[in-house]
Write a protein that binds this ligand. Structure first.
Ligand SMILES: [Zn+2]
Length: 133
């Protein structure tokens, strides 16, 4: 376990500290919105919390493993920009752009439109589309 409770701002880019933003969700708290879940999933990629990523992935689309620890070079996460969040309480769409870099490579953009579904009061990541832009 990394010592993360002093991370400010939160890895997701929120000016709040990790302990007041994504940290509680990583410890089993309930995300109130799909956007909050999405942000916590981004932070989980930053912190290599594969357990959390799999736990918040809907069972119908969840991979067996992400093998984050085996990624070489592992990505350096440079930032998250949430563009749009649409939520009807049961289904949600979050559009965002992530910037990352592999090793000493150039920074890249990853644009994703993610779908989320809520079951038994919890949001789950369903799948994503990657628009050309
Ligand atoms: Zn956060």
């Amino acid at each position: 376990m990394q010592a993360v409770d002093t991370l400010t701002p939160c890895p997701c880019g929120n000016q709040d500290s990790y302990t007041h933003c994504c940290g509680p969700l990583h410890e089993g708290g309930i995300a109130r919105t799909a956007e909050a879940l999405m942000r916590s999933r981004y932070s989980a990629y930053v912190l290599k919390r594969e357990d959390y990523l799999l736990a918040t992935w809907h069972p119908s689309t969840r991979p067996a493993s992400l093998k984050l620890a085996a990624q070489h070079p592992s990505p350096t996460w440079l930032g998250l920009d949430v563009k749009r969040h649409k939520d009807d309480g049961e289904h949600a769409v979050v559009e965002f752009v992530v910037r990352l870099r592999y090793g000493g490579g150039k920074a890249q953009r990853m644009h994703e439109i993610s779908r989320f579904v809520r079951e038994n009061g919890r949001w789950y990541y369903l799948d994503g589309q990657f628009p050309e832009d």
